[in-house]
Design a protein around this ligand. Structure first.
Ligand code: SF4
Length: 74
């Protein structure tokens, strides 16, 4: 499922300064086909701010951010 957050997404707009071939590969994997597996998208859906430097594939860091916010909300 294609992602509709490209306009505002730092990764999608190459703010992480990746090599073009790497950027395109990750865009194909996440942005064009599987946004639900993207760590950035998961934070957006949780209503949380997304660090500019978070990679779509960095699920450990994404889960940790969500866990920290949940702990703070208690
Ligand atoms: S899938 Fe992830 S990286 Fe791609 S545009 Fe959506 S939020 Fe950004």
């Amino acid at each position: 499922m294609e992602c509709d957050r490209g306009e505002t997404c730092a990764f999608f707009n190459n703010k992480l300064a990746l090599k073009p071939a790497v950027l395109e590969l990750v865009k194909q994997t996440f942005c064009s086909h599987d946004k639900l597996q993207c760590s950035r998208y998961q934070l957006i859906m949780a209503g949380l701010p997304v660090p500019d430097d978070l990679y779509p594939s960095d699920s450990n860091r994404g889960r940790e951010i969500i866990r920290e916010w949940r702990n703070r909300a208690r």
